[in-house]
Design a protein around this ligand. Structure first.
Ligand SMILES: C[S@@+](CC[C@H](N)C(=O)[O-])C[C@H]1O[C@@H](n2cnc3c(N)ncnc32)[C@H](O)[C@@H]1O
Length: 195
C-alpha cells in the first residue's frame, strides 16, 4: 500500500521536529519578518510540540504553552494543561506570568483545533469559537506592537472575524503556508503590530 505521509512528514522526522506543523510556523515567521527571540510568547494548542520547538530554538524570554493534552516530555518552557475555552486556564496563564515577572505577551500563537469532523461547517464553527476566545482573553495581555498568529478553518464567519479584530493592528493578513495541505480549509490569520 502506498505511504500517504507527505514530504513534510519525512522532513519533520529528518529535522527532528515533533511534527510537520513546525514548518508552517517557520514559514509564517519568515514571511512576516517575525521572531520569538527575547520575546514573551503564549502558545496555544501546542501538542505534540513542533511549534514549541521552533519557539524554543528562537530563544524567547518567556514561553508558556497550553494544550488539553499533556506533554509527553519534560519541556524547557512552562507548560499548562488546560482547555483555552475555560476561564480557569487563563487564570493559570496569569499565575505563570506572575511567577516569572512577566506582564504581557509580545507574541500569541495558536495552532489549536479539535479533531476535525469532516463537516466543514462544524469544523469552521469550532475553530471560530477557539479563535474568538483567544482574542477576547488574550488581547488584554498583548503588548503594544505585539502580534497574534491564529489557525482558523475558513468559513462564513472568517470575514466578520477579520473585520472585528483587524482595526486593532497595523497589518492583518490571511495566509496559507505552502506546507499546509492545499485540500485543507485551514488558514493562518496574522494580526501584526498592535496599535
Ligand atoms: C494541530 S495540533 C497542534 C500541533 C502543534 N502546533 C505542533 O506544532 O505540534 C492542535 C492541538 O490543539 C489542541 N487543542 C484543541 N482545542 C484546544 C483547546 N480548547 N484548548 C487547548 N488546546 C486545544 C489539541 O489538543 C491539539 O493538541
Amino acid at each position: 500500500m502506498a505511504d500517504r505521509r507527505d514530504s513534510y512528514y519525512w522532513k519533520a522526522k529528518e529535522d527532528k521536529f515533533s511534527s510537520r506543523a513546525a514548518f508552517k510556523l517557520i514559514e509564517i515567521l519568515n514571511k512576516f519578518y517575525l521572531s520569538a527571540e527575547g520575546k514573551n510568547v503564549l502558545e496555544i494548542g501546542s501538542n505534540p510540540g513542533g511549534w514549541s520547538e521552533v519557539i524554543s530554538m528562537n530563544n524567547p524570554n518567556f514561553h508558556v504553552a497550553v494544550d488539553i493534552k499533556k506533554e509527553n516530555v519534560e519541556t524547557p518552557y512552562t507548560f499548562i494543561r488546560g482547555d483555552i475555552s475555560r476561564d480557569s486556564t487563563w487564570e493559570n496563564i496569569g499565575v505563570a506570568m506572575n511567577e516569572n515577572g512577566v506582564h504581557e505577551f509580545d507574541l500569541i500563537i495558536s495552532d489549536a483545533m479539535v479533531n476535525t469532523s469532516g463537516n466543514t461547517d462544524v469544523d469552521h464553527s469550532s475553530s471560530f469559537l477557539i479563535c474568538s476566545k483567544i482574542m477576547e482573553m488574550g488581547m488584554p495581555f498583548l503588548s503594544r506592537g505585539g502580534t497574534v498568529i491564529l489557525k482558523q478553518f475558513q468559513g462564513d464567519l472568517t470575514q466578520s472575524f477579520m473585520a472585528k479584530w483587524s482595526g486593532y493592528f497595523r497589518k492583518a493578513t490571511i495566509t496559507k503556508p505552502v506546507s499546509s495541505r492545499q485540500a485543507s480549509r485551514e488558514i493562518y490569520i496574522v494580526f501584526k503590530s498592535l496599535k
